[in-house]
Design a binder for this molecule. Structure first.
Ligand SMILES: Cc1cc2nc3c(=O)[nH]c(=O)nc-3n(C[C@H](O)[C@H](O)[C@H](O)COP(=O)(O)OP(=O)(O)OC[C@H]3O[C@@H](n4cnc5c(N)ncnc54)[C@H](O)[C@@H]3O)c2cc1C
Length: 539
């Protein structure tokens, strides 16, 4: 790896660049380094505490390799996800997750042990897990750039060869040229204030699409999680022990955490506040729930609320693709995209291959993050090696759809005063957050929103962006606008209800639409159907 400073710009040359330092990015970096590659990892926040996993406990799809358990695990989401998952991919991910979780134990992760000495490997505590991952990544010789969001990919006519960004601590630009790039920037939760999602604005989708990559399953992007109105904690799993009430204590019929979320949404749309109480949690389980997810209880403790005894007001917070399944389309087992040199992993990539049109979290995403990270890291390392050491010295140029310009040229390019990024962000949120637009979808609503979102996109992409730390917000706004448009274009094209995609005007699943929707393009978006390999998943 070579490193130099030109002007105020940090310049690095490496074999593999990983963008994003959550579990997917960390596993990608670790795997690429283990293959002998020089690796740089750039994170928008601090690798080890940034992203969706780091602040929470996370269930992991860890299943013994043999027999009935494996088949049951594969079946568990197959129908819920509208039969879009693939047997072979589920097997690969289960195998890799099993291996990675066992390796974590060997590397010092402390799994809980039950009274019979059995080791519980079906979950990970985010802070401990990600602290260990950072340590391992550093020990493997990976150079970590913290607080260094990537703003655009770099490429030549042969494919992607690096990325450029800016440090949010000081504002200096950075530029890494590389043989291959892994995008592991997480999903897009549209800055809905869900815990850990403040950095998850779909940046990787936008950068990949600017390089020519496609998206898949973007219609499955309307995950809403239950959370107290006064907190950002969206750990929905515990609401399986909840009953839901109106203010006067009468029960909200049909409300629930899995099947009854739409009922809650409908009541909130009618401006009726819904309350929850975890009164179905058995007394002996309550202390264990506290230990399992300590941060779930913090906001309650601060407010003097006992969630097992007291009613508290709830809302549904949009988690978008973070607990949806849409993302960058991958074209082979190495998690390569259709663009040479570009790989995708974790929530940045589509998770349809293992859970079709429905996740809601609950272990599949965590398994996908660690396994797709490993596949992509290996694929990127092999690709970089195949190009040879000179690959990082190619002449590459930036791909941002709105030009990123240095201070000197900015004034002369700017014809009118720029619109604040916050205004664009608000405009996108107004289209994607309301339940009657995104959760309960109709052709009319989608068309209406798309018209406004197209306007937002057009305006954003015409404004040159000054290359300093304020560029980060502008690019986030652009990524959110682009993501919303891919979401709604594919939602419009899927004229049925499947997985988490609900069309009020097409409430039934339509067998003839048993395919994936691949979305591409920036100014003009096109959607095409892709056949799903029909494979038996039998018990
Ligand atoms: C509250 C909550 C609970 C969840 N619980 C579960 C669960 O129990 N089980 C489960 O399977 N899944 C769960 N999930 C899903 C979770 O999203 C994934 O398991 C996992 O975090 C995905 O890993 P990742 O590395 O792809 O993304 P993340 O962990 O989100 O990490 C993405 C990283 O990319 C960085 N980044 C973003 N943009 C840029 C940029 N432009 N440049 C550089 N870096 C960038 C971010 O700073 C971040 O560090 C949960 C999600 C939430 C929000």
């Amino acid at each position: 790896m070579s490193s130099r400073i030109q002007g105020s710009t940090l310049q690095l040359e490496t074999d593999v660049l990983v963008i994003g330092g959550g579990p997917a990015g960390a596993w990608a970096a670790l795997t690429a380094a283990a293959k002998g590659s020089n690796v740089v990892l750039a994170d928008k926040g601090f690798c080890g505490s940034s992203g969706a996993t780091a602040p929470s406990g996370t269930g992991v799809w860890y299943v013994e390799p043999e027999g009935r358990q494996r088949q049951e695990a594969k079946m568990s989401r197959y129908f819920m996800g509208g039969r879009l998952a693939e047997n072979e991919w589920m097997d690969r991910v289960l195998d890799q997750t099993y291996e990675n979780m066992n390796r974590l134990g060997g590397w010092g992760y402390s799994f809980p042990v039950d009274p019979d000495g059995g080791i519980f490997r079906r979950g990970l505590q985010g802070p401990e897990y990600m602290r260990l991952m950072r340590k391992l990544v550093k020990r493997a010789g990976v150079k970590i750039l913290d607080h260094s969001p990537a703003l655009e990919l770099l490429a030549d006519e042969h494919g992607v060869g690096g990325a450029a960004g800016v440090s949010t601590q000081g504002g200096d630009p950075w530029r890494v040229t590389a043989g291959a790039v892994v995008i592991a920037t997480g999903g897009c939760a549209f800055l809905s204030k869900a815990l850990g999602c403040n950095v998850l604005t779909g940046d990787g989708y936008l950068m990949a699409a600017e390089a020519g990559a496609e998206m898949s399953g973007m219609e499955f992007s309307n995950a809403y999680a239950i959370s107290p109105t006064f907190s950002s904690v969206t750990k929905t799993a515990y609401y399986r022990y909840a009953s839901f009430y109106y203010e006067d204590g009468t029960v909200v019929e049909g409300a629930g955490s899995t099947k009854g979320r739409s009922v809650i949404a409908k009541k909130l749309l009618e401006n009726r506040q819904v309350y929850a109480r975890l009164d179905q949690a058995p007394a002996d389980l309550q202390p264990l729930l506290r230990v399992g997810q300590t941060n779930f209880f913090l906001p309650f403790d601060r407010m003097g609320i006992d969630p097992f005894k007291d009613m508290f007001p709830v809302t549904l917070r949009l988690e978008g693709t973070v607990r949806g399944t849409g993302g960058i389309h991958i074209v082979d087992e190495t998690c390569a995209t259709k663009v040479p040199g570009l790989y995708a992993a974790g929530d940045a990539a589509t998770r349809e291959l293992i859970c079709g049109g429905f996740t809601g979290g609950g272990s599949h995403n965590a398994a996908w993050a660690m396994s797709s990270g490993s596949f992509a890291g290996e694929g990127a390392a092999d690709y970089a090696k195949s190009l040879g050491r000179h690959a990082a010295r190619r002449e590459v140029h930036g791909l941002s759809s709105a030009p990123l310009v240095s201070s000197g040229t900015y004034g002369s390019l700017q014809e009118k005063p720029p619109i604040a990024a916050e205004e664009y962000i608000r405009a996108v949120q107004e289209e994607v957050m309301p339940y009657d637009r995104n959760l309960f979808r109709t052709d009319e609503g989608l068309r209406d929103s798309l018209q406004r979102l197209d306007g937002v996109w057009k305006s954003i992409r015409q404004e040159p962006i000054h290359l300093d730390y304020q560029a980060v917000k502008k690019r986030e706004a652009a990524a959110m606008a682009a993501t919303a448009r891919w979401m709604y274009r594919s939602a419009q094209a899927r004229t049925e209800t499947r997985g988490m995609h609900k069309r009020v005007d097409y409430p039934e699943l339509d067998e003839t639409q048993h395919y994936r929707l691949i979305t591409s393009g920036l100014d003009e978006i096109s959607v095409r159907a892709q056949r799903v390999s029909e494979e038996a998943v039998s018990l």
